[in-house]
Design a protein around this ligand. Structure first.
Ligand code: MRU
Length: 360
């Protein structure tokens, strides 16, 4: 089954941030949502790289899938008679270019590495690039499909933690739009809601890109799941004064010891959750777990332009010349995480053992 069919048939959801149509990657422009649903055609690897760095597509798994198709697009110009070493060199350039697009989400490196391995295999087996493009196209589609299947599976596991009547708080967008479809944190909420549980979702608006109000609220409303947006600073108030039954967020990279990098503000939520005895769950596929990174200290944190903070829709918010700092992720120490929901089951402390037990 194709990813879109799986989504519809097994997931009951049709929201998907990408399509692959006769050699062209189509991406919904997430910068324009929710007011405009416009699709961009990506026909070159550089186009894929720019779409990632410019936030047309965002969310760790969706970035990884885009990069995988980017690798396939980068192989389009490599022809059969081309020298083997030259073919590899050109692909290495493509891979390096894609890797620089965004540094924190490890799914990007994971997908590029996997595609590169497939490329080497194809070049070796065929003694050249005769099947390279077809093989890479197939591999990218497989990565996409595996992500969709993993998300639904994660939803099935994670929904066991969500009871009928729960109020769930989430941060940023870890939904269909951030993945190949269905979502990680929102996948858990979706699965619980689709299986008949009454869920209310509190969505942090998520400064400065506003993924919570623009994307998460859009997804939930489209599928009839009750939600309300709160400004980021209100999360602690709701945890202390009204009922928040649990927090579910996604991840951009999980270190070997279970430390979690996710959208800036996640760490604050985790501390507040501990202070208020609220379970704090992270939902992420194994492609987000980075066994090469020992702890959160080693995770590179992307810092984006100051203007993303100081301006809104091109209009200055502060005094002229005001400086800003814009780290877009933070790291939550593993001891604050009540469980990591994966497609291979629910992991609990000590995460290092739980992760290694289920790794390939
Ligand atoms: O800057 P973004 O929008 O790419 O950040 C996205 C997040 O932080 C998500 O929570 C994370 O990538 C998980 S998506 C399933």
């Amino acid at each position: 089954m194709e990813p879109l069919e799986i989504l519809k048939k097994e997931g009951g959801s049709e929201i998907c941030p990408l399509r692959w149509e006769s050699g062209r990657l189509q991406l919904i422009d997430q910068r324009r949502l929710p007011h405009e649903e416009s699709w961009l055609d990506i026909t070159t690897w550089k186009g894929a790289r720019d779409a990632i760095s410019d936030m047309v597509v965002r969310g760790a798994p969706a970035i990884g899938i885009t990069a995988a198709f980017g690798m396939a697009l980068g192989a389009k110009d490599l022809y059969d008679g081309l020298d083997l070493e030259e073919s590899i060199k050109r692909l290495e350039d493509v891979a390096q270019g894609l890797l620089k697009a965004r540094p924190t989400a490890v799914n990007l490196a994971w997908a590029v590495e996997r595609m590169f391995k497939e490329a080497r295999h194809s070049l070796d087996v065929n003694g050249g690039a005769s099947n390279l493009y077809d093989d890479l196209e197939r591999e990218a589609k497989t990565i996409w499909k595996e992500d969709v299947v993993a998300n639904i599976e994660m939803g099935r596991y994670g929904a066991q933690l969500i009871q009928d009547g729960f109020t769930v708080l989430t941060h940023c967008n870890a939904g269909a739009l951030a993945t190949g479809g269905y979502g990680t944190a929102l996948g858990v909420i979706r699965y619980a809601a689709f299986s008949g549980k009454r869920i209310t979702v509190l969505c942090d608006e998520t400064r400065p890109w506003l993924q919570g109000i623009r994307l998460t609220a859009w997804e939930l409303m489209k599928e009839g799941i009750e939600c309300a947006v709160i400004c980021d600073g209100a999360a602690g108030h709701f945890m202390r004064r009204s009922r928040v039954d649990c927090i579910v967020v996604g991840a951009d990279r999980i270190a070997k010891n279970g430390d979690v990098a996710n959208k800036i503000g996640t760490y604050t939520l985790a501390e507040l959750a501990r202070a208020n005895s609220i379970p704090f769950y992270v939902a992420a596929p194994f492609s987000t777990i980075d066994l090469k990174t020992e702890s959160g200290q080693d995770i590179p944190i992307e810092e984006r332009p100051e203007e993303e903070i100081t301006k809104l829709n091109g209009k200055a918010l502060g005094p002229s010349g005001v400086r800003a700092r814009n780290p877009v992720f933070d790291v939550t120490p593993h001891e604050l995480v009540s469980a990591i929901i994966t497609e291979r089951g629910i992991l609990r402390l000590p995460y290092k053992d739980a992760i290694l037990e289920r790794s390939d």
